[in-house]
Design a protein around this ligand. Structure first.
Ligand SMILES: Cc1cc2nc3c(=O)[nH]c(=O)nc-3n(C[C@H](O)[C@H](O)[C@H](O)COP(=O)(O)O)c2cc1C
Length: 447
């Protein structure tokens, strides 16, 4: 019997995931809007049989920098809007999938259903939509609002949004477009399903003005790990992107979300759980550690303090190389902030060491070591049922990514843990997730 194999995506952003990666001497600081660069990355990923490239997104300059002086150190401002980028990339590649993030808070379902249906036809079925509810106040201000929607309201809207989008993708049965020259009938309206949706947030009549997507529904990914986030993931997602940096916690998350999928009547294997990992690779452990240290040294203090301000509060009045204060003005950021700070104080970290320790992977698994070390850790989590695979984050470009593709992927392939060629032609086929049958065809459509 063939060994179970892991799935690998690349989660790529702007000029790299590490906020100081672009400052390394070997890094391409100006690659974010260089299409030739993205094309070469996609072709290299395709040669390595990577399942997909994943693009996070937000429709704003999303920094919490206090002022323009701090903002000037934020190095990942510019990026392509992901559906635009994947339209171009799918035209110059033939196998790899692409997943674009689009917010359910700052979009309309008809627009999203139409765009992703178009991308799925354009790419021959290699497209996925990453559902997010967005986290940034800055986006609200670009979309007619003074403040971000409340968490529970965002998720109620998201739930209905996804119901409408998937309903619109089923506007037409797979064989509704006849294009019969002899009779003159272009479509079979018996196979048209007008949605007539009227809900709390949306009124959408339908149908969609495009044939059913190649994959039935483009692959659905979901990122956001709170209770309501997990509900949407468990109900709809083929793929869950999550930030985990502790194997036991990752195993618990994996078991829990699969159980929730089963409660929605789905097979546990229908859901691929793929945490992010930020690998920093050297030919020796020392070389990897040196690269990691170089990245940490390059975090400008104003960038570091902005990161701390977002999460915990303003520590700018205290010496960077002094202890973490107790009486700084706190933000209303994350709930677990106190625990993180207590643990950091117990380790004797200074303010500088605190921001250096959390800025790179932003809660995702970070590893610096040889290619063998990275392969070992990936294999360990996969074989110990902590995940189905990983989203590889590149600390900087291009070597921060090509080191992984050229050095780690062959090791995983030699161990039989990763495939050496694409098995199918669509992203669903390559991820081994089923193509949703049209409700009319499966006999489950409500009258
Ligand atoms: C791994 C991961 C990736 C995410 N990527 C994005 C993103 O690209 N754009 C975005 O607006 N929000 C992103 N989010 C945030 C979620 O959309 C959500 O708004 C936020 O996490 C709060 O939801 P939660 O409480 O369910 O985690 C991401 C969240 C996680 C965990």
């Amino acid at each position: 019997m063939q060994k179970k194999q892991l799935k690998l995506g690349l989660s790529l952003v702007s000029n790299g995931t590490h906020p100081s990666g672009w400052r390394l001497p070997q890094a391409a600081a100006d690659c974010a809007l260089d299409f030739k660069f993205w094309k070469n990355i996609a072709l290299a990923a395709e040669r390595a049989s990577i399942h997909f490239i994943f693009f996070a997104d937000g429709a704003a300059v999303r920094s919490a920098a206090a002022d323009n002086d701090s903002l000037q150190y934020v190095g990942r401002i510019e990026q392509f809007e992901p559906t635009t980028l994947i339209a171009a990339l799918s035209a110059v590649t033939g196998h790899i999938g692409y997943i674009a993030t689009a917010s359910t808070t700052y979009n309309e379902p008809y627009t999203i259903a139409r765009k992703f249906a178009s991308l799925d036809h354009l790419s021959g079925g290699r497209t996925g939509w990453n559902i997010v509810t967005s986290w940034s106040e800055a986006e609200a201000k670009n979309y007619n609002r003074e403040s971000h929607l409340a968490h529970d309201l965002r998720y109620r809207r998201a739930q209905e949004f996804v119901e409408v989008v998937t309903g619109l993708w089923d506007s037409w049965e797979d064989d509704a477009f006849l294009r019969d020259k002899a009779s003159g009938r272009y479509i079979d309206t018996n196979k048209m399903h007008v949605l007539h949706h009227k809900g709390e947030h949306f009124h959408v009549r339908g149908p969609l003005n495009i044939e059913r997507p190649v994959q039935g529904w483009p692959v659905i990914a979901q990122a956001g790990s709170s209770g309501p986030g997990q509900e949407i993931g468990a109900r709809f997602a083929d793929l869950v992107y999550t930030a985990q940096n502790d194997k036991q916690a990752a195993r618990a998350f994996y078991a829990e979300i699969r159980q929730k999928a089963v409660a929605f009547g789905r097979a546990p294997s229908a859901l691929n759980v793929m945490p992010g990992i930020l690998p920093i690779i050297g030919h020796s452990r020392q070389e990897a550690k040196d690269k990691y240290d170089a990245l940490q040294q390059l975090v400008h203090p104003q960038l570091g303090l902005t990161a701390l301000a977002t999460k915990f509060g303003d520590m700018s009045a205290y010496p960077l190389d002094g202890p973490i204060p107790h009486d700084f003005p706190q933000s209303n950021g994350i709930r677990s902030a106190t625990d993180i700070l207590d643990r950091a104080r117990a380790r004797g970290l200074t303010i500088r060491q605190l921001y250096q320790s959390m800025i790179g992977g932003a809660g995702h698994l970070e590893i610096h070591g040889t290619a063998e070390d990275v392969a070992d850790q990936i294999a360990d989590w996969f074989q110990d049922e902590a995940c189905d695979g990983f989203n590889i984050m590149a600390p900087y470009f291009p070597a921060g990514l090509t080191d992984f593709l050229d050095q780690v992927v062959p090791i995983l392939q030699r161990r039989g843990l990763f495939r050496t060629a694409y098995e199918g032609s669509t992203l669903r086929e390559n991820l081994h997730v089923t193509r949703p049958a049209h409700p009319a065809a499966s006999g489950s459509e409500a009258a």
